[in-house]
Design a protein around this ligand. Structure first.
Ligand code: KG4
Ligand code: ZN
Length: 342
């Protein structure tokens, strides 16, 4: 079957045509229009600006993904995300479903991030090979969640951030040093040649006896460090690199430690990584090392699948196709705070 996936939850307008045969996935077309250039000058995503850009991009992006194909199913991100952004994709998907009499299914954006590793081009994983239960770490600009995965649709939230998301912390720290937006890839770049042991930033919640995270205090520590060490606000390149490396190490230490603690507690056999921050090579290296030590399987998406895309939404739609119908459009609404787990 051929699935049209549509994604518009934040600042990427995306559409994908995914072919699925016997649980084998083939991407026929994958179109992503990123609004990063538009939001750069504001140092973050401006919801009103994002919604307008989605309105302009959504039809051309869907047209390009579809070509002349009539899909068998439409899958749309229902939430979570910015309500004004989500609404554009949902409206487009509902209209297409009605006009073309196609079954429609609304899916959770985080379920897309969770399974996105299955779409890897090189390492052809199959769902049936994944040893369950797994602990999934979903880290993006809006989310930091640890989820116990017992199967498709069988998810339990075991921990989440109490304040800033991991990606948000990267973005805010980059902003403090005026390094640009989005901060994650920039900090990761500077960190490569920095000394991660130079500054001992706190490892928040490392020893708390739950699986929750908090990055707001770490962000404040960086702020005070910048104020104390460089009161004039001008930083040397070496100083910036060391701050980036030390900050990144602190975030990674906490993410990895909590993930591994969760695998132990819940006797998980695999670790799954997903979301925009899963583009971070040091995070991947660290999780690879620790999961190897514990004899756990480790799955993470290829870099091009880490950010928001519609391929993962088409995939989530395939997994939820039993919930689709030709009349879903009558009752489908965007939900900004849609939850993946109970
Ligand atoms: O999943 P995503 O594209 O959008 C959301 O659903 O939020 O994630 C974007 C986030 C941004 O905060 C960005 O700074 C972060 O992912 N990010 C990274 C890296 N690449 C992107 N964070 C750390 N290291 C990276 N290499
Ligand atoms: Zn996302």
């Amino acid at each position: 079957m051929k699935i049209l996936g549509i994604e518009s939850s934040c600042d990427e307008t995306a559409a994908t045509l995914l072919e699925v045969n016997n649980n084998r996935f083939k991407l026929l077309n994958n179109v992503v229009f990123s609004q990063i250039e538009i939001h750069k000058k504001y140092g973050g995503v401006v919801p009103e600006v994002a919604a307008r850009a989605h309105v302009e991009a959504i039809i051309p992006v869907i047209k390009e993904a579809l070509g002349k194909t009539k899909p068998d199913l439409i899958s749309i991100t229902k939430g979570p995300g910015l309500i004004t952004s989500l609404a554009v994709g949902v409206q487009a998907a509902k209209t297409l479903s009605y006009a073309l009499k196609l079954p429609l299914v609304g899916v959770n954006h985080l379920e897309g991030h969770l399974w996105s590793f299955l779409l890897n081009k090189e390492k052809k994983f199959f769902l049936s090979q994944i040893e369950l239960p797994a602990v999934a770490l979903i880290v993006s600009g809006g989310h930091t969640e640890l989820i116990l995965v017992k199967g498709i649709g069988k998810y339990k939230l075991i921990g989440q951030t109490l304040d800033d998301a991991a990606g948000e912390a990267f973005d805010k720290v980059a902003k403090m040093m005026e390094l640009g937006y989005p901060g994650g890839p920039i900090i990761a770049h500077f960190a490569k040649t920095g000394d991660k042991d130079r500054i001992n930033f706190p490892r928040p919640m490392l020893h708390s006896d739950n699986f929750d995270f908090s990055f707001s205090g770490l962000k404040t520590s960086v702020k005070y460090h910048l104020r104390d060490m460089a009161p004039t606000g001008s930083f040397s390149q070496t100083f910036i690199k060391d701050v980036c490396a030390s900050f990144q190490a602190s975030v990674i230490d906490v993410l990895v430690a909590k993930t591994l603690q969760a695998t132990e507690k819940f006797k998980a056999k695999s670790v799954i990584l997903g979301g925009g921050v899963s583009a971070n090579e040091e995070l991947i290296k660290s999780l690879q090392l620790k999961t190897d030590e514990q004899n756990l399987d480790f799955y993470y998406p290829e870099r091009w699948l880490t950010g928001d895309n519609a391929a993962m939404i088409a995939l989530a739609g395939y997994f939820n196709k039993q919930k689709s119908s030709k009349t879903v459009w009558k009752k489908l609404d965007a939900e900004a705070n849609l939850r993946l787990t109970k």
